[in-house]
Design a protein around this ligand. Structure first.
Ligand code: SDX
Length: 388
């Protein structure tokens, strides 16, 4: 007989996990960050302002926002010891493996000065994490390309800085830079937080032991990497490329409906949303804008994605199973248009989600907490004696 382990991410130790950060209504396709709907934040806010909101519970004043952005910039350079670790990887190392190691290495760099019980120490740790995730993402990319690292540029806004460190955008047309930076910022914003998903629950559970916050975040990166979670954006692009033409869509839709076929339509379905993922709607609009600005509106992969979405939304099976496009369905198309390698898509997801992981960790350690201790339903042997 085999035992099995069930873990309800909402159940931690003696009490269900409580949080004030993000609210999801899966049936209605609603996502609120500190009460603000995600589509309004995507339209009127930006990533750093949303970071401030998630961490502090309120939107910042102009001055607070400027100070927050300056502090993030001040803490965006990566320590040389971590740069050496990144340089030690092979050129074809998966960038999520690099990110997990690099973020865990931040625990080594800052361990002596990280005091979980100090609000000021927690604030500086937030600046370091939010500031260095894009720098690490760019360094992982540059290392894999065999190119020199580009240092953070204090004159550039958050998303522009990421694009410059990754692609060296100095010579690019200002108009294109502006379009790409806006799309990048929206991608970071739309990935910022999502309640008790697998990686956030991992960060809370590992953080509940009192471990270093960077180490807990590294555990979240490991969890996000999987294709059932954040790795889905990479899997969506691979799937669209495998489908290859709108003529082949029916074959793949049939495979997705065949219980004996392990194939799943990547970018569809969700553990909580049984309606359109509100982030997918905003992401689809951003994909249209970026591709038309870049003259790629006839991108064949976009055509396949739109046709696949139309079929899936009209198909009885998907309607009955309540399978809708999720956040990962369109994000990869935008990232591909920006020039981000497919295997680095989840690195971008992790960069945006770092603030959500941290906000949940911070919410937990800022009040009395106990180590998480999920329980199981034991279905193994009852007591029996060793044979005489
Ligand atoms: C993210 O939790 C979060 O919040 C995650 C996330 C976040 O921001 O952190 O939103 C990010 O991870 C989004 C999800 C990305 N993953 C993918 O796109 C991978 C493809 N999706 C599937 O692997 C799947 O939909 C899951 C893993 C996301 C959810 O799987 P479940 O829990 O099995 O979904 P379900 O219970 O709603 O499934 C209902 C039925 C099942 O069939 P039956 O057992 O009823 O016969 O629909 C089937 C599933 O097998 N099904 C699919 C399907 N997803 C579910 N069939 C075909 N294609 C799919 N994509």
């Amino acid at each position: 007989k085999k035992g099995f382990f069930t873990y309800d991410p909402g159940f931690m130790s003696t009490a269900p996990c409580e949080s004030k950060i993000t609210f999801i209504d899966g049936a209605k396709g609603v996502l609120l960050h500190r009460g603000y709907p995600i589509d309004q934040l995507a339209e009127h806010s930006d990533y750093l302002e949303t970071c401030y909101l998630l961490l502090n519970g309120e939107l910042p004043s102009k001055e607070q926002k400027a100070t927050f952005a300056d502090e993030v910039k001040k803490h965006s350079k990566v320590d040389d010891s971590v740069a050496q670790i990144i340089k030690g990887f092979s050129r074809n190392a998966h960038p999520m493996a690099i990110m997990g190691s690099a973020v865990n290495a931040l625990a080594a760099v800052y361990h002596e000065e990280t005091d979980i019980t100090s609000e000021e120490s927690r604030r500086v740790t937030a600046y370091r994490l939010i500031g260095q995730m894009p720098t690490l993402a760019a360094m992982a990319h540059k290392h894999r390309q065999g190119e020199e690292f580009i240092a953070p540029d204090a004159d550039l806004a958050y998303a522009e800085n990421y694009l410059n460190m990754t692609f060296g955008t100095a010579g690019q047309s200002p108009k294109v830079n502006q379009v790409l930076a806006k799309a990048m910022d929206r991608i970071f914003l739309l990935h910022a937080d999502h309640e008790q998903n697998a990686s956030t629950s991992t960060v809370r559970l590992s953080g509940s032991s009192g471990t270093n916050p960077f180490a807990a975040i590294a555990a979240g990166i490991a969890t996000l990497w999987g294709p059932a979670h954040g790795g889905a954006n990479e899997a969506v692009l691979n799937m669209l490329e495998e489908i290859g033409s709108v003529d082949n869509i029916d074959t793949y839709v049939a495979k997705a409906k065949d219980k004996n076929d392990p194939f799943r339509l990547m970018g569809f379905g969700h553990r909580v949303y049984k309606n359109f993922d509100p982030r997918a709607k905003v992401m689809k609009q951003a994909a249209d804008e970026v591709l038309s600005e870049l003259g790629l509106e006839n991108d064949p992969l976009l055509a396949i994605a739109k046709r696949l979405e139309k079929i899936a939304l009209e198909d009885e099976y998907f309607i009955q199973k309540k399978l809708y496009p999720n956040v990962d369905f369109y994000s990869g198309i935008i990232m591909k248009a920006i020039g981000i390698p497919t295997e680095a898509f989840t690195v971008i997801f992790a960069t945006g989600r770092a603030v959500g992981w941290y906000a949940h960790w911070q919410e937990m350690v800022s009040a009395p907490y106990k180590i998480g201790r999920p329980r199981q339903l034991y279905t193994g042997y009852s007591k029996r004696d060793y044979p005489a």
